[in-house]
Design a protein around this ligand. Structure first.
Ligand SMILES: [Zn+2]
Length: 695
């Protein structure tokens, strides 16, 4: 996955988080803010996005993206702005038109259209949402109030997990492939429990982090006041919540630790699970969640569950109730009236990420439909925006990049024949998923009601949680997708051993069938190579061809890999994210390795394509650029971005991807092909003295 979290999606195993977390309330539409009936076209290589006054050998990112950065400031409703986010917004605007039509036209809709139309209509009905106020919270607050002793906790917690699917309620409980046997789906109990973005948000003692914590506690107190508490009581309760979350944060693994899958494998039976958490009755919990007979679990963070047990055994029922009331209000705030919603936005978007104003209502509602009914919406998107010809072209390029990787593996001087053989087996076993799933998800069990926004959100959570839990003990569905078709992103899943490119990411300017091949191979070819390389990055390489966590490397080859990876860790550790914060290059290692591998593989695939198209190869200058230069500029122009400093601070803690500037400059310095294409001299900033290369 390029801009978002990828391996974490399949390995961090939190409960599916309700899409609601990112929504906020209404903004009046400006006149320009209208649904689109066609896609705006942006060329795959845009000269206007370049800054030709910059020297490509000094700062290639500035040269390729300088114009884009100048012309595309971060919009008021965004934390960052990038080529990917702009295309996401274009897709959303197009989906808005579809949903708007389906929401108003009640006749002639099929079942899927009825669901997405009614969901969108209810989400847009701000008047009805305002009238209900905090009423959707009432049943949950009553259940929490009815916890008389800790013996009541498991039953209530199971209800909250079923209705919100959110691991912030003390812990996560979910289904996932067994690390050691990828063909089996078992129950996973995982960490979570906190409201801030990362455990380090609670642990770092610099002034900025302390300031964020103070404002977080103030926001929690404000929420309790909205729930009817006096300011004095609210202040005390907020402090209690903070104590509990801090204790849970301290017991959590760091994100770097979580990149080591071996640290997440702890198989237990029901007895073992119970032994881990004295005081918390798992039998009650499992019965209440509808899975009473489970006897096979993976506990990702045993230390974390010891802390959960400590909390339960501390027997402070009132504190637990306070904590759960906060989590319910936090989770549901964006589906409630504006007072809750605005307070939620003010902290989680404005304070934390620097966003100036709430996104317009339509955008949040399109996003929610995509999150809760994504494959129903995806059918509408694919039928309009992803032709069979486009699918065939994408598949052709994917196979070329895979052939390039096979050649690349063969040519490695640091890998033995034995490991090469198994690497080739793994490469061959990778499943290519292009555009959209072969079989669309069946949403018939999900009841969507007109005029009931909060109810639709909760029923959507329930549908997803039950769908996940129903996988336990059943044969694995290898055809499932982890992203929806309109998504502008891609991913590799090491346990499925598949690469996934949704229709949304195979659009101009990322993939532009009207363009010459050079920028397309630089951009989308590079993305395909990136995902493929994830199968062989520091984390992915630990899984075999069947997706099992199993070491298939000789000791010597593994050491040679580590040595090459260390070169990348050292290189990226030099780069600054914001102020005095450097890249945590052990966190970004997998993505940095994939970026470089992707560019190399994209280049190799392009060379193959050119060999069969001598006219294009000899085409000469276009826009004043040689084909080789167009390849590199095309590659860089996927990564153009602007970011708010607040958001950069959050990303430095949480994002396994380096900032765009280094996802471009950090690669080209390692590429002799780049040096040649732009005739850079040794010693210039874009020519590394010591080049890194893994794949
Ligand atoms: Zn990635």
């Amino acid at each position: 996955m390029r801009p978002l979290i990828r391996l974490a999606v399949s390995l961090a195993v939190s409960l599916p988080v309700a899409g609601i977390a990112t929504v906020a309330h209404a903004q009046n539409a400006t006149p320009a803010d209208r649904p689109a009936t066609t896609f705006p076209y942006t060329p795959g290589l845009d000269v206007a996005s370049m800054d030709k006054t910059a020297d490509p050998c000094v700062d290639f990112y500035q040269y390729a993206c300088g114009g884009w950065m100048k012309n595309n400031p971060v919009p008021a409703d965004q934390a960052r702005w990038s080529v990917y986010s702009k295309l996401t917004q274009d897709n959303q605007r197009y989906l808005w038109g579809i949903l708007d039509g389906l929401a108003t036209k009640r006749e002639g809709r099929n079942v899927a259209q009825q669901k997405i139309g009614d969901y969108f209509g209810a989400c847009m009905d701000v008047k009805a949402i305002e009238q209900r106020g905090a009423a959707p919270l009432a049943p949950y607050l009553a259940q929490i109030a009815a916890i008389h002793t800790m013996a009541d906790l498991p039953r209530v917690l199971a209800r909250l997990h079923l209705d919100f699917g959110d691991s912030a309620f003390l812990f996560g409980f979910d289904a996932n492939q067994d690390f050691k046997d990828s063909s089996r789906v078992i129950a996973f109990a995982s960490g979570g429990g906190i409201g801030l973005p990362d455990r380090d948000s609670y642990l770092k003692d610099d002034p900025k982090s302390a300031e964020v914590r103070t404002k977080y506690v103030a926001h929690i107190a404000q929420t309790f006041v909205l729930l009817g508490e006096t300011p004095e009581q609210a202040g005390k309760d907020a402090a209690r919540v903070m104590e509990i979350e801090t204790a849970l944060a301290k017991a959590s693994l760091s994100r770097v630790d979580k990149r080591d899958p071996y640290k997440l494998v702890h198989k237990v039976d029901a007895k073992g699970l119970q032994a881990l958490t004295p005081g918390f009755d798992w039998k009650l919990y499992l019965t209440a969640i509808g899975e009473p007979r489970l006897n096979n679990f993976n506990v990702t963070e045993p230390q974390y569950f010891k802390e959960v047990s400590n909390l339960v055994q501390g027997d402070d029922v009132a504190a637990m109730q306070t904590y759960l009331r906060w989590q319910v209000a936090r989770n549901m705030a964006p589906a409630l009236s504006a007072n809750f919603d605005q307070a939620h936005f003010d902290f989680f978007s404005k304070t934390l990420r620097g966003v100036e104003q709430q996104p317009p209502r339509w955008k949040r509602c399109v996003g929610l439909v995509d999150q809760q009914l994504g494959e129903a919406l995806g059918q509408e998107f694919v039928s309009r925006a992803f032709s069979p010809a486009l699918k065939a072209k994408s598949l052709h390029m994917t196979r070329q990049v895979e052939d390039a990787m096979a050649k690349d593996i063969d040519s490695l001087d640091w890998m033995s024949a034995d490991t090469k053989k198994r690497a080739q087996q793994k490469l061959k076993a990778i499943v290519n998923k292009i555009g959209y799933p072969d079989q669309w998800r069946d949403y018939s069990a999900y009841v969507v009601k007109p005029g009931d926004f909060a109810g639709n959100v909760v029923r959507g959570n329930q549908f997803e949680v039950k769908r996940q839990l129903a996988k336990i003990g059943k044969p694995l569905d290898r055809k499932e997708w982890g992203m929806t078709p309109p998504t502008v992103n891609a991913y590799f899943n090491p346990q499925m051993n598949d690469i996934n490119f949704p229709a949304g990411v195979l659009q101009p300017p990322l993939f532009d069938p009207k363009m010459d091949d050079a920028p397309n191979y630089g951009n989308t070819g590079g993305t395909i190579g990136h995902e493929l390389t994830h199968a062989f990055d520091d984390e992915g390489r630990q899984f075999d061809a069947n997706g099992n966590l199993k070491d298939w490397w000789t000791k010597k080859d593994a050491a040679a890999f580590e040595e090459r990876a260390a070169c990348i860790v050292d290189q990226y550790a030099q780069y600054t994210v914001v102020d005095d914060i450097k890249i945590n290059s052990k966190l970004t290692l997998g993505e940095d390795v994939a970026d470089l591998g992707g560019l190399i593989l994209g280049w190799m695939a392009w060379q193959t394509e050119m060999a069969s198209m001598p006219q294009q190869a000899a085409a000469g200058l276009r826009d004043g650029l040689t084909p080789e230069q167009r390849f590199f500029v095309g590659n860089a122009q996927w990564a153009c971005e602007n970011d708010r400093p607040e958001n950069l601070r959050v990303k430095a803690l949480t994002d396994p991807h380096s900032p765009g500037r280094f996802r471009v400059n950090g690669l080209v310095v390692n590429m002799p092909e780049f040096q040649k294409a732009f005739m850079c001299k040794a010693g210039q900033p874009m020519v590394a003295e010591k080049r890194c290369r893994v794949w």
